[in-house]
Design a protein around this ligand. Structure first.
Ligand code: IMP
Length: 427
């Protein structure tokens, strides 16, 4: 059994949750390797829609061990709420394993996320305000508090007192916000500890042993390639490594353990938050995509910006992640359109770009070059085999495949698990 990474090939919200949920039962472990509760996966179980932000979708299957790796940041209150919600739905969370090296999101991270966005004013990133950026900042600054610190209340308090010296000054003097005492946070976090500590595990050893024993491990990426801290549309990115490479750093397995990299791309394009988006639509078509596609964020409830499929972005994602397979989601949303545009290249300053420009300025000002394809104008949500799709929809997929230079081995035509066309996908 292989190690497979599933990544978003655009700006997040590609429908990764549905695909993870679809293939998870074939694996022994489903592992989150970066991000925190800025992610939002909607899974449909027994006709019920469940929103997961932190816990891997593999939790839905009793044969799967869900794992949160060291590359993640964890808001313990959110984690416990999510565990409680799942338990109420009759889904056991006992199997959940958490790396002791994952970092904790602390109350001041939430304050600082909101406050620094306010300070940025019109240059704001448009974060989810879940404290993600400030938690990763502290990790890099080596003043972060980790899950394993919950094991020792004295150490936890000592680290907290140390970091609060700086945080309280920042909160009070720069942002005019209330400060914290170590005692208050300790009281709150040590109650969380009772729930979290039983789930702490040596994730890296466990996964390496599993892979050596030929057991299946699915590394579930959150956000998307263009939100990656290194390879995304910086600074309008999240603070973690969403790309396939993040799976190795974020769990402690070597790159040769990864056999396949499955990229998920929506049949059109959306993004939330600020930053470049060359194919963004500000017209009726954009509104149609938003409406039919239900383009509202699972985590923040914000409306998503909508635009045409950008083959430049997906080609870039194919290269950066080393995609071996592509899954195109929400193809059914395009069924209402007479004609469908695909961005095949960008123009900027007398230069033609076939991949994402290397400078922020060029990306911001890139003008898309489009090719127009005919729509199919019929309901495809009941199609289960590629041959059942109308010719125009098959041509659209073939075009995407050619431009990405990666086989499209899965196509989603609706939100439920069954509404998926398998086209050569194998583990
Ligand atoms: P942060 O991750 O909350 O710091 O937000 C940074 C940027 O990433 C913002 O533009 C967010 O809208 C975006 N972002 C974070 N998580 C997601 C996601 O799961 N889907 C789409 N965009 C996201």
């Amino acid at each position: 059994m292989p190690g497979i990474v599933l990544v978003g090939a655009q700006w997040g919200d590609e429908g990764k949750g549905k695909i993870t949920d679809l293939i998870a039962h074939d694996f022994d472990f489903v592992v989150r390797y970066q991000g925190g509760n800025n992610a939002g996966h909607t899974v449909i179980a027994d006709g019920k829609r469940l929103a997961l932000h932190l816990i891997p979708s593999g939790i839905m299957y009793p044969n799967v061990t869900p794992v949160i790796g060291n590359g993640c940041v964890i808001d313990p209150r959110v984690l416990i709420d999510e565990m409680d919600m799942l338990e109420r739905e009759g889904i056991s969370t006992e199997r959940l394993l958490i790396s002791g090296n994952a970092h904790l999101i602390m109350p001041y991270h939430l304050d600082l996320d909101g406050a620094s966005e306010l300070l940025l004013g019109k240059n704001e990133i448009g974060t989810t305000r879940r404290g993600i950026g400030p938690a990763y900042q502290d990790k890099a600054a080596r003043v972060g508090i980790r899950v394993q610190d919950l094991l020792d209340p004295a150490i936890f308090k000592l680290k907290l007192e140390t970091v609060l010296v700086e945080k309280n000054r920042l909160l009070e003097r720069l942002y005019d916000l209330p400060t914290y005492t170590a005692d208050d946070i300790c009281a709150q976090y040590l109650t969380y500890a009772a729930r979290i500590v039983p789930h702490i595990a040596d994730v890296s050893t466990l996964l390496n042993d599993a892979l050596r024993a030929n057991r299946g491990v699915l590394f579930e990426g959150a956000q998307g390639t263009l939100l990656d801290i290194d390879h995304g549309s910086y600074p309008f990115v999240t603070s973690s490594s969403c790309t396939a490479g993040g799976a190795t750093v974020g769990t402690g397995v070597g790159p040769v353990a990864i056999n396949k990299v499955l990229g998920i791309a929506k049949a059109y394009l959306t993004r939330v938050g600020s930053g470049p988006f060359p194919t963004e639509l500000f017209d009726e078509t954009g509104e149609t995509l938003a409406k039919i596609g239900g383009e509202v964020g699972t985590t923040t409830g914000r409306s998503r910006r909508c635009g045409w499929y950008d083959a430049v972005v997906v080609r870039y994602a194919a290269i950066i992640n080393g995609l071996t397979d592509l899954c195109v989601t929400k193809l059914d949303v395009l069924s209402a359109l007479d004609n469908i545009k695909v961005c095949v290249a960008y123009d900027y300053a007398d230069k033609l770009y076939g991949t994402v420009p290397e400078t922020q300025t060029a990306f911001h000002h890139a003008t898309p070059r489009y090719e127009e394809l005919p729509g199919w104008k019929c309901d495809i949500s009941g199609c289960r085999r590629f041959e059942e799709l109308p010719a125009a929809a098959r041509d659209y997929i073939a075009f995407i495949e050619k431009l990405a230079d990666v086989p499209v081995s899965m196509i989603a035509v609706g939100p439920s698990r069954e509404q998926t066309i398998m086209r050569g996908w194998r583990l």
